[in-house]
Design a protein around this ligand. Structure first.
Ligand SMILES: Cc1ncc(COP(=O)(O)O)c(C=O)c1O
Length: 473
């Protein structure tokens, strides 16, 4: 699997109007003290807005929407074409050979990993090697099915490749799978997936790449099956790539899914059934039980086409520029602690995700001020990566147990966490400037509201002001 490390001559390239490609960039939202400000979304690692090309496609497709497969009406035929095309598009998007791989359309990355975990035929004693930098979705599904061990990280949050080597040596052929993220949703770090694939394969293990945080930002290639650096399985979510309509993708060798029974069964999964016999359908139908999300699949295809049309060299160059710019601004303040490498390291690739804290101010309060006073959306907390956050914040196991006990008692007043900003193609340097003004205000204590943290939710709110739920769709 190759995350193309692109050599980009940015100034020579024609400027692309990234902003015009995305829906909702002009939305103004209410702020504390009255009036409205134009919304800034720095929470793209959680979910992106839609591409205009995606909503246009959906507007057109919905006129033809109908049931897929086995419907004889014209609209059913058209819908089936569109649905089948999404499988092909997703394979092409990551360079997966359609003869060897199948694409299974699921709800999201989490759903896709859960399916794979259920479908791999783990025997007692088999080990999955995950890592301490994973999102819970690439950790918990493995724990349920097999013994799961974790590759360590170093002080800057990078994956410790020597520890991977040690663990592969220690556990030998018991390691059936290495399950690794292609980019961290906390620090934006990009582990050397090619090298990890080579090490996993040489130890006789397969590799799953969690591509949720990379597919909208770098070109991904699964590689040629059987080659040491290729990926065996790959998963991603359309809602993180400008198509938020409920689709995720699981790509893997057909052989894996031809074997055995599907984990979820029912309509659509069979060719023939009697009361005593079941003949499973061909792939991917066998693994896609029930009526599928056809509009979601159409949205996925449209997003893939849009990303390919813009081109990953332009996308990567723009987002790297934003990340470098934001890191430079944030690292100028001694009150700000950055997690992961605290600056842009020349030559190191990193997606546009930055996590930080401001000394002496609770992360939930910082996020609330950004939202209520700046109309800026960020994320705060542990980003579904508790073990990674625990390491980065240097929280001991004893302290972690105290926090867990507080949470069990319904107290979330001092749950550790960070603030995360994450960029998409449509974000701009002037948005970062606006963000930095609020950060400066927070550091200087010059914000307007009086914020308190809700004991149960852990969220912070300003006294005497709340957003009104008055928008009807
Ligand atoms: C690295 C990574 N993996 C998996 C997921 C889960 O994705 P989804 O919520 O779309 O299932 C996320 C979500 O943030 C993620 O960042």
């Amino acid at each position: 699997m190759i995350v193309n490390r692109l050599i980009v001559i940015y100034p020579l390239m024609k400027k692309y109007d990234f902003r015009a490609a995305v829906v909702g960039t002009r939305t103004a939202v209410p702020v504390l003290g009255g009036g409205k400000k134009r919304y800034i979304n720095f929470d793209n690692a959680a979910s992106t807005p839609a591409f205009k090309a995606v909503t246009r496609s959906l507007d057109k497709f919905i006129q033809y929407y109908s049931s897929v497969h086995r419907g004889t009406g014209y609209k059913s035929v058209v819908s089936t074409w569109a649905y089948d095309q999404a499988h092909l598009d997703s394979l092409r998007f990551v360079g997966a050979d359609p003869e060897y791989f199948t694409s299974i359309l699921m709800k999201n990355t989490t759903d896709a990993i859960n399916k794979l975990a259920r479908r791999l035929d783990f025997k007692s004693g088999d080990i999955v090697l995950s890592s301490l930098m994973e999102h819970h979705s690439n950790d918990l599904p493995w724990r349920v099915q097999a013994r799961t061990e974790y590759i360590e990280i170093d002080d800057t949050g990078h994956l410790d490749i020597d520890d991977l080597k040690r663990k592969l040596k220690k556990y030998g052929r018991k390691v059936k799978l290495v399950a690794i993220t292609a980019a961290s949703n906390v620090t934006g770090l990009i582990p050397p997936v090619n090298e990890i694939a080579r090490l996993a394969h040489s130890a006789g293990a397969k590799i799953l790449v969690d591509a949720a945080q990379i597919v909208a930002h770098r070109q991904v290639r699964m590689g040629v099956p059987g080659e040491p650096e290729s990926a065996d399985y790959l998963v991603f979510s359309a809602h993180k790539m400008y198509a938020p309509f409920g689709i995720g993708v699981l790509i893997g060798p057909k052989e894996t899914f031809k074997a055995g029974d599907p984990d979820s069964v029912g309509g659509g999964t069979v060719n023939f059934v009697t009361t005593s016999d079941i003949q499973w359908a061909h792939l991917p139908d066998k693994e896609e039980a029930g009526s599928p999300n056809v509009p979601g699949a159409v949205a996925l295809s449209a997003a893939i086409n849009a990303l390919e049309t813009i081109g990953f060299s332009k996308i990567a160059a723009h987002e790297k520029e934003l990340t470098r710019y934001a890191l430079k601004k944030l690292s100028a303040y001694e009150e700000i602690e950055l997690y992961g490498p605290d600056r842009w390291i020349q030559g190191e690739d990193r997606v546009g995700v930055i996590a930080f804290n401001i000394t002496g101010i609770y992360h939930a309060v910082v996020a609330a001020i950004l939202s209520y006073e700046g109309a800026i959306a960020v994320r705060n907390g542990c980003f579904c990566a508790h073990p990674y956050i625990q390491r980065l914040l240097r929280i001991s196991d004893e302290e972690a147990i105290d926090y867990r006990d507080d949470i069990s008692d319904g107290i979330r007043l001092k749950v550790p966490g960070m603030i995360r900003v994450s960029f998409g193609i449509y974000n701009t340097k002037s948005e970062i400037d606006r963000f930095m003004k609020i950060i400066e205000m927070i550091i200087r204590g010059k914000y307007k509201g009086e914020y308190s943290v809700d004991k149960r939710s852990g969220e912070a709110h300003p006294a005497g002001f709340e957003f009104k739920n008055d928008i009807r769709f």
